[in-house]
Design a protein around this ligand. Sequence first.
Ligand code: FES
Ligand code: FES
Length: 886
Amino acid sequence: MKKIDLTVNGRKHEFEVGDQTVLLDVLREDLDLIGAKQSCDRKGQCGACMVLVDGKAVRSCLAKAVKLDGSEVITVEGLGTPDNPHLIQEAFVLAGAVQCGFCTPGMIMAAKGLLDQNPDPGVEEIKKALRHNLCRCTGYKKIVEAVRLAGSFLRGEKKPEDLYPEPDAPMLGVSHPRPSAMIKACGVARFCADYKIKDALELAVVRSPLAHAKIKSIDTSEAEKMPGVAGVVTAKDVKGTNILKYIKSDRPVLCGDKVRYIGDPIVAVAADTRERALAAAEAVKVELEPLPVLENIGQAMAEGVVQVHDDIPNMCYEQPIVKGDADAAFAGSAAVVEAEFQTQINHQAPLEPEVTVAYWERDDDEDKLVIVGRSINIHLHLGMLQEAMGHENMRYEEAFVGGQFGIKIDVITEGIAGAAAIHFKRPVRYVPSLAESMLASSKRHAFNMKVRMGADENGMITAYANDLVVDNGAYYSIGHVVVLRALWMLAGSYNVPALDVKGRLVYTNNPWGSAARGAGPPQQNFALESAVDMLARKMGQDPLEFRYKNFLQVGQSGSTGQAVEQWPIPALMDAMRPHYQRAVEEAKANQGATIKRGVGLACGSFGIGGPGDASVVAVELDDDGGVSIFAAAADPGEGNDSMLTQIACEVMGLGMDKVRLNTRSTDVTAASGPAAGSRITYMMGNALIDGLRQIKELMAETGAKTGKELEAAGKPRRCLGRKKNIEATPMDPVTGQGPNFETQVHAVQMAELEVNTETGEVKVIKMTTAVDAGTVIHPQNLAGQLEGGMDMGVGYALREEYVAGETSDWRNFKFPTMATSFDMEVVVLETPRDTGPLGATGVGEMCMVPTAPAVLNAIDDAIGVRITTLPATPEKVKAALAGAGA
Ligand code: FES
Ligand code: FES
């Protein structure tokens, strides 16, 4: 150990550090400066840990403390506070660059390092300076804009106060700063790993290296003797069912008899430090007897193969759609295209690892177990955990969450942390590495789709067939819901008179699939929009005009027979037309010998919530005439805090400071349902308005202006607002006909890109989205969702793939970076939805539904080659070119 002096945020400190101690640990562990985050297992890949050392932006996970003796360190906390922020922090908030906020402190410190040297950087200089900083939410556009805005503040050309909305600014259509943005920009919002609990045990988990095996024996004797080890937890120590039941009872907290995918958890080891827990986990001996591994749907569906689960067949769900007479329609078609499309298993890739903290708090005479995690459905997860762990007295608290994109529709590490907390009757922290978070969590399902599409001589679509098989992986999770969502939206934006569709779901020994931004539609829309493009090109028709004339019209029905009522997509295509014409002209004018430019379109019509969906929101009139909202409305970055606040302000005529949100604990919130399916704005917004309507009626009836006055008049100050969607009737098991969505969000997207025909590299130049999400509540949040979604969608189209046993960090996952970011434009139309809250609807998932097909259609436009499997890597593009004789 060596003594060093550091001046941190202006204060001098002395530390004893070892050779391997890094600055990040000194800041977080010794000084509780939680602004610097860790995403990437200290590989220098994420930039979330960025601070200034002697004026230079440095990744604190790479900086050995012993080498910093006498240095001056500034962290994000040293710049400003929520009450007195630095101009860069204000710029990030005002530019809408803060979504989940996990990357934000690191981004701000990298920006500070740059702006101190160069107060007027250009876009390329900003991208270079922030090249080590990753963001999954924003697509980087608003981050670059924030740095430019910060520069203009620092140069005195603009003032923050001129950019904040006026106090009397409208509540709808104005980007009031998000309620949580400034605490995230100042690094004081607590994410899971920022919870420090005295005497907490740290956990490490032994996971299966095999994809399918029987557990023959577990020997923990060596591990239990190691220094600092408190003990181990295995399946037999879990008090309840040991099953995390979502739809099927198939996923254990800890595996007892069998493992079903690489990463299945077997033993948890608890010790006084994380390092000791990890060392002891290495000493656990698990004897596994390998079973045949079902690597794909073909193997899993074969006759006589091993079953992944004893009591559920591998082919575990099936639903057809039969509409019209597809055979006759194909027979009478003037043109038919046919192809087999394949999408990859992918990681949702939130920046924050899958951390859980569990501790005990005194509740009357009993100790209550508190689980602090990243859930987007805290009430459902609480119930799952209570059953699995056999423990009733619990609450779930959602910490600030560094993105989730569907991954947190499931319990991931909470069961293990909770079981250990109960077993040891101690607080525990389970802080898995990024590599382990990837192993532990669900993935986007891989789809295999054999499709045919026909059109008549006028270019009107006659029929669509899709034999769609979904690789469910090892556990069911929301399994068939993903198939259903794909089927509900199967015909997308189009009028397709005849459908012949089979949807199937199959267990394999791949990572378990679950929700992932869009959950089904991004996969099936890739096939649909590719087929539409192929058909247009085969018939020699312009892809835009072909789409335009095939759009559904009001009164016509989608794939499940429900007639559409509001369908603004033709207007969106009209809005896209001039952009498309410009892009096509530019592409023509910029063709090189090696570099070919292409333009691709794709549409998305995305259902919000689902049939039978319901939500409740409790509201209270406060004693100052403000309102408190009690709703489990998780906000892992989308801006639900803005949405709820601005709707309440609009309905009640209040200022933002008079609306109080209570959204994070099961003890105080109504069970409002998951932050999934893009449902929060539509479902909770409507439930909120219902609750506020009741409060207003009581106020009008009594003349009361405050909660106290309401109570004095004998009325409750608290009302429960509700929203229930059209009745859920199961799809007809033979035809798949039935109700689906009350409302949709629509978008047309256009990709402009270049293909290098020698290397196969694809470079996206620009993505443009024309979107109609109904009434716009918060323009920045709307654009932010679209920009982040397009960035994610391009990654999905070109690079990203999760390969079990291989993908272990952001580099080999091919996480989108500043270097891969591209120009983006968002065109917004507003068609207030008849049933939406103040006319609004959801948007968070649709933003990537058209992206992959738009990109693949643009590749075809550029080089005349159709790629049918995602991602379209350089190798695939080159191989396809070679196959086409190019
Ligand atoms: S934790 Fe330092 S770069 Fe990722
Ligand atoms: S705001 Fe950048 S990772 Fe979420």
